[in-house]
Design a protein around this ligand. Structure first.
Ligand SMILES: [Zn+2]
Length: 259
């Protein structure tokens, strides 16, 4: 069964159709958009291919993934200290792709009403078992619509999404859902590999950030900022990254929801 979707008509970030071959591959060739510099697979993996990959990835790593939990919590607390400067607690926090729940727990410790969402059942089970005072949901953001007791949509003041967006074939749709879940003025912390970073190995296959088809879209700081702008977010801070990664903080604009 071919698990690839039809060729893309245009760049998933800027909709430009001009592009150059970036990396040849018999199954998963990638292209660089001539306009915005985003690198993307074409064809993209379909939902079944992504689901299969995702499960395999977690099964393969199951024994070691949540080793050193104290170290993971310490690192998460450091990131929460940074985020508190932009959105002090108490406030409502959401980790999109929360894995074992370490960042969610660090947010709870810091006084946030802490929520996490994650499609992998093993990870979410770990999170629920270990961090019982947080709210965890198994699933993806597309189907996530929490409500207040009165039935009104529940929105968040602060969202965290680390090393997730490079797995998403339709990032604009993903960001529209993030926008829907955040309050106007909310803070959004986002990380992803940086294909344009000076320290990225020249041979892209030697770079651990390049792993098609699991990673199907590769941003530059500029192209990610552009996409965020188009989806109703303003970048307010870019962190300096010594490794080839993008770390930025954006604010949800006061425009109406786009979904
Ligand atoms: Zn583009």
């Amino acid at each position: 069964m071919d698990q690839r979707i039809n060729s893309l008509a245009a760049c998933p970030v800027c909709a430009n159709s001009a592009r150059n071959l970036f990396k040849e591959d018999p199954q998963w060739p990638s292209y660089r958009c001539s306009d915005c510099g985003t690198v993307f697979l074409d064809p993209m993996p379909d939902a079944a291919a992504l689901a299969a990959l995702y499960t395999d990835a977690y099964e393969g790593a199951a024994t070691g993934y949540f080793s050193k939990p104290e170290k993971k919590l310490r690192r998460s607390r450091g990131r929460i200290r940074l985020l508190r400067k932009f959105m002090p607690s108490p406030a409502r926090f959401l980790d999109i792709g929360c894995n074992g729940g370490f960042m969610t727990e660090a947010a709870r410790e810091a006084g946030y009403d802490a929520w996490g969402i994650e499609p992998d059942p093993v990870s979410i089970s770990y999170a629920r078992t270990h961090f019982t005072q947080c709210h965890f949901t198994e699933g993806t953001i597309e189907g996530f619509s929490p409500t207040n007791p009165d039935g009104a949509p529940l929105q968040f003041d602060l969202a965290y999404c680390s090393e997730v967006i490079e797995h998403i074939p339709e990032p604009a749709s993903f960001l529209a859902h993030v926008h829907r879940l955040l309050k106007p003025g909310a803070i959004f912390y986002l990380t992803t590999p940086d294909i344009s970073h000076p320290r990225r190995p020249r041979d892209v296959t030697a770079w651990d950030g390049y792993c098609p088809p699991s990673h199907c879209i590769y941003f530059t700081p500029k192209s990610l900022t552009r996409l965020l702008g188009a989806c109703g977010f303003s970048v307010i801070r870019k962190q300096i990254a010594f490794k080839p990664g993008i770390k930025l903080i954006a604010r949800r604009d006061d425009r109406p929801d786009r979904v």
